[in-house]
Design a protein around this ligand. Structure first.
Ligand code: UT7
Length: 321
């Protein structure tokens, strides 16, 4: 059996932290107290005007490749999860492949599953490695959500930020990814969307993120609990045997409610949302990288990565570190 094993992680946050008080100073009708109490978010980062998603992805990828200690030319698959691509096309993964200087003819493509995007991309890469179709994959979540926020909508603009996270995944004989589960239910597409398109030189519809916060909240807590149980079951372990849960970092109250639903101490959850807000597809690999680098995650431990987001999409990947 060929496993797909994570051999290096990296992350990148652009610029300096923008605090809640900084948003108030920019004229948004909100307060640090409201944002912290409802979301746990204390700061977020915004990419500079000249920085593109592929630039953020490049920084995170370089760090992951360095941590893995591999030659960049050996990467034969790149998958970038993003809902804020540089262009309509080519894919951000193609642009990243070029920026990394990879000229080996390996495949590179984007996956679009919003805040579940990284989990969808990781599960996809695992299938390529498990089938023997490729040997070493770079899987990235990268976003510039600051560019799709309506600054007149205080219910959404305070929640999101920019960032990137990446992992290098290698073919291995020792256990890596143990199970992966992906789900979509398109009938909920309207509760979180950017319902716009570029057509005939104009934006048609809205280019800004729209959300029914309470509907998203309820849905997220239910499916993050359910999918963790499902992924553990497929891997043949109990949820009590999971050492670390790394959920999509949207809101501290969603994470706390998910931990309660799983009867899991919150200390087993990696929580980074306070430092960067909701970075959509970037949030899971960024939190994974933080917990790898600070030594919390040790070799051989069971780590569950899980996401939920627009679509509606949700999924989980259970792996042995
Ligand atoms: O990747 C998934 C992404 N989505 C999420 O994570 C969102 C999940 N949902 C949530 O986290 C919560 O629903 C929110 C944090 C978005 C909102 O919290 P809530 O407890 O559901 O608040 P609400 O929308 O019911 O609004 C309560 C009050 C309203 O005022 P009134 O009508 O009671 O006077 C809002 O106008 O809070 C007000 N409000 C704000 N006040 C200060 C809404 N946004 C803000 C704000 N600052 N930024």
């Amino acid at each position: 059996m060929i496993y797909a094993k994570v051999i290096g992680t990296g992350s990148y946050l652009p610029g300096a932290p923008i605090t809640n008080d900084d948003l108030v100073a920019r004229g948004i009708d909100t307060s640090d107290a409201w944002i912290v109490e409802r979301t746990g978010i204390r700061a977020r980062h915004f990419a500079a005007e000249s920085e593109l998603t592929s630039d953020l992805a490049l920084q995170a990828s370089r760090r992951a490749i360095e941590a893995a200690g591999v030659d960049v030319a050996s990467i034969d698959l790149i998958i970038v999860a993003t809902s804020t691509p540089d262009y309509v096309f080519p894919s951000t993964a193609s642009l990243l492949q070029d920026k990394l200087g990879i000229r080996n003819g390996g495949a590179a493509f984007d996956v679009q599953a919003v805040c579940s995007g990284f989990v969808f991309a990781l599960a996809t890469a695992e299938k390529f490695i498990g089938s023997g179709a490729c040997k070493r994959a770079l899987v990235v979540g990268a976003e510039v959500f600051s560019r799709i926020l309506d600054w007149n909508d205080r219910g959404t603009c305070v929640l999101f930020g920019d960032g990137a996270g990446a992992v290098v995944l290698d073919a291995s004989e020792t256990p890596g990814i143990l199970s992966s589960v992906l789900h979509t239910d398109g009938q909920y597409s309207k509760i979180l969307s950017v319902p716009g398109q570029v057509s005939c030189g104009k934006v048609v519809g809205s280019p800004f993120l729209q959300m029914d916060g309470q509907a998203v909240f309820k849905f997220a807590v239910k499916v993050l609990g359910d999918v963790a149980v499902e992924a553990a079951g497929i891997a043949g372990i109990s949820t009590g045997e999971i050492d670390w849960v790394i959920p999509h970092q949207a809101n501290i109250r969603i994470l706390q409610a998910t931990a309660r639903r799983l009867d899991l101490p919150i200390e087993k959850m990696v929580v980074t949302v306070g430092q960067h807000g909701n970075t959509s597809a970037a949030s899971v690999p960024m939190a994974f990288d933080v917990a790898m680098r600070d030594g919390r995650i040790r070799a051989g431990q069971n780590v569950l990565l899980e996401g939920v987001g627009g679509g509606f999409t949700w999924g989980a990947v259970l792996l042995k570190a």
